[in-house]
Design a protein around this ligand. Structure first.
Ligand code: ACM
Length: 696
């Protein structure tokens, strides 16, 4: 039964996108639920959601559940603008009855039961879960079910049986390179709850900042943070806030590298002579802890001992990535130590350090998480490897009995489209051939938000909505993989996340307004048209293409900082071109839409230029604006050539493709996203294929 329903839903997920006008309930569901539940069976009719909507708790109760219901009702009220009462009611009277069998663990653990069953009928709804965590997940599913209908807000009749595929579904936020205030972290935790993620990995120390108050070693935050750090009380509150949402908090203190900020107040920990200053540049630096110094281990023992009193999770992340070893090479005392102890190279020296630190973490009752680099022979088996360098190391770890999580492929800062992240699965590649027992050791994955080019204004738009695609990958069944369905659901979830308080769309608009200054609506609209069609340069090319070297003090107020990392308009345009080509260029309605877009682009630059004279931030994108107009002209020429119904001459093709090559080159660190799709039209016009053939 479950299998059939599941297959039905997956089939619908694929088809649903194309069936909008005559959708059934199941098809509608396929457009809204993210992640996709393990099993969905649609019924008939729907549950009306009006201002009489109420919730009753039964079975196990605890204050966390009361708060969850209050939060649920507040979010439902935001989504619908219905004036809902937060007062609890008796089960017999409630619209939604929530039955929780028992408590979850006091300190949330990896692999706890998060399952739930949600039954919605025309007369009421019931959510049943073995544990509080399952209840939290089911409440979020209910919120995604409620939508506008012809006669009010409603949730479709449905029975959902659900549980996650992976127990570790994380988001890492680097609040060390740029400090991220707690209110911004909190709203991102709200977003994580909405899409059922359950680990917040908090990257708290870096070359550019030490972001944690240390009572024992106050010089760490006093000298290493520019006064931008979290107090111990604030961190405790944040952990409680996360726990309320069924989210574990794993702190990361990166060592022995990525650690300059520690040494500003404590140069005695470093391998170099010092003095050290907070690093302002980006990259990999020489500063590293001294693995040969007993003082370092004594310090770390006390430091970790203090931190585990705040960070209650079983796991403690010690980083371990990207040590270049230069300070070790240059320090005679370290070289002598290595010779005396038979330590052959820097990798072995780091292994020695990792092993010592791991023992300290274990002594304080915790287990270590570390980046790939910490996986060296002999490390204790209860370590979790976080793979950033590739899937192979995840499989390698699993074979050696280590547990692991995948982050390679989930780096949000690389600016990939959601579909590219979505295509990455922890069980693909080398992991696919592991034994069932080894596969069990792959706990899931984490999206990683590194913060070189991220600040409180644009953090949300770097994380959302793309992270929801990764959440879908980690919760939903492995066969749920269709990118068209994912994008349809992502659009829905993205809008919902704004109701939750995330600001990925609103800040984009506000930042563009600052860039434009006071501007007539037509000029601002021209800026928006351009900004909607560009994306920042990809992968690690941002620093290579920078007009001047960026540092942690560089303002992030440019168009490249404001725009989303994935252009929806660019993607939709590409789909339109594909649709036109799939019709052998005969679909007149699509052609008309393409022509209309190209005409808007061609005219856009003239509208934008006055603004470029008034704002230096618009002036920076003036050349890109000219490129967009040139792209509009090229697109119109391609459509004209296609309309002639004979292959366009080679010379024309060469000339047009040369233009496109120019337009594809990044300017102001921006990529003009529709350029490759226009290239397809040019190639179609010049080929001997169907698009250039006489029409029947
Ligand atoms: C990393 O990206 N260096 C973990």
């Amino acid at each position: 039964m479950v299998t059939n329903a599941r297959l039905q839903v997956i089939g619908i997920l694929v088809l649903g996108v194309f069936l909008l006008p005559t959708m059934t309930t199941a098809q509608q569901l396929a457009l809204t639920l993210m992640p996709v539940p393990a099993s969905v069976q649609s019924g008939t009719g729907s549950l009306r959601v009006d201002s009489s909507f109420s919730v009753a708790l039964s079975g196990h109760t605890e204050p966390r559940l009361d708060r969850a219901v209050a939060r649920f009702l507040r979010q439902l009220a935001r989504q619908t603008a219905l004036p809902l009462s937060l007062k609890p009611v008796k089960a017999a009277k409630a619209t939604l009855v929530v039955q929780t069998d028992h408590a979850s663990k006091e300190i949330q653990e990896v692999g706890e039961d998060e399952s739930y069953v949600l039954e919605v009928g025309a007369n009421g709804a019931k959510l049943t879960a073995p544990t509080v965590l399952g209840t939290l997940r089911g409440l979020q599913t209910f919120l995604q079910l409620v939508d506008v209908s012809p006669d009010g807000f409603a949730a479709p009749s449905v029975t959902i049986q659900d549980k996650p595929r992976f127990p570790w579904r994380g988001l890492m936020i680097d609040s060390a390179r740029h400090f991220i205030p707690l209110e911004v972290i909190r709203r991102n935790l709200d977003g994580m709850e909405a899409i059922k993620m359950n680990v917040f990995h908090w990257h708290l120390s870096e070359n550019q900042g030490f972001r944690v108050e240390s009572k024992k070693f106050p010089k760490l935050h006093e000298m290493g943070s520019d006064d931008l750090y979290y107090t111990q009380d604030e961190m405790r509150e944040l952990i409680a806030y996360a726990r309320d949402r069924g989210i574990r908090v794993v702190p990361e203190f990166d060592m022995p590298g990525h650690s300059t900020a520690w040494f500003v107040g404590h140069p005695e920990l470093a391998s170099g002579k010092g003095p050290y200053e907070i690093e302002r540049k980006w990259g990999i630096f020489d500063a590293a802890m001294d693995p040969t110094s007993e003082k370092v281990y004594k310090f770390l023992d006390e430091f970790i001992g203090g931190m585990v009193r705040i960070f209650t999770d079983h796991f403690f992340h010690i980083g371990g990535d990207e040590v270049n070893g230069k300070e070790w090479d240059a320090n005679p005392k370290i070289q002598t130590f290595m010779k005396t102890h038979g330590i052959k190279n820097n990798q072995a020296l780091q292994a020695y350090f990792s092993e010592r630190v791991q023992r300290l973490v274990v002594k304080h009752g915790k287990a270590v998480v570390g980046w790939d680099e910490v996986l060296v022979p002999g490390v204790p088996k209860d370590i979790v490897i976080q793979s950033w360098r590739g899937q192979a190391s995840l499989a390698q770890a699993a074979k050696q009995s280590y547990r692991g999580i995948l982050s390679n492929g989930y780096y949000l800062d690389l600016g990939w489209p959601a579909a590219r992240h979505y295509a990455v699965d922890p069980m693909d590649g080398a992991a696919a051939s592991l034994s069932p027992e080894e596969k069990q050791r792959i706990l899931g994955g984490e999206a990683c938000m590194w913060a070189e080019y991220v600040n409180p204004e644009n953090l949300d738009s770097r994380i959302w909505p793309r992270t929801a695609a990764i959440a879908d990958r980690l919760w939903s069944l492995q066969e749920v993989r269709d990118p068209a369905s994912m994008y349809a659901r992502l659009d829905f979830v993205s809008a919902r996340l704004e109701w939750l308080g995330l600001a990925h769309r609103t800040y984009y608009h506000r930042m563009l307004q600052r860039i434009a200054g006071p501007a007539p609506p037509a000029e601002f609209a021209a800026l928006r048209t351009l900004a909607d069609l560009v994306e920042p340069v990809k992968d690690y090319t941002r620093s290579q293409t920078a007009p001047a070297e960026a540092t942690s003090l560089t303002p992030m107020n440019r168009v490249v900082d404001a725009i989303p990392l994935e252009s929806d308009a660019g993607r939709h345009f590409g789909e339109l071109v594909n649709q036109f080509l799939a019709s052998a260029c005969r679909d007149a309605a699509t052609e008309a839409r393409l022509r209309a877009q190209f005409t808007v682009w061609r005219e856009n630059d003239a509208k934008l230029q006055p603004l470029a004279q008034r704002s230096f931030l618009v002036k920076e994108v003036a050349a890109t604006s000219q490129d967009l107009s040139a792209l509009g002209t090229a697109g119109l020429a391609a459509l004209d050539a296609i309309a002639k119904a004979q292959p366009a001459p080679d010379a024309w093709k060469a000339q047009q493709l040369a233009i496109i090559e120019q337009l594809k080159k990044p300017k102001a660190q921006l990529l003009l996203m529709p350029a490759p799709a226009v290239q397809k039209l040019i190639e179609a016009a010049a080929s001997g294929g169907a698009c250039a053939a006489p029409k029947p």
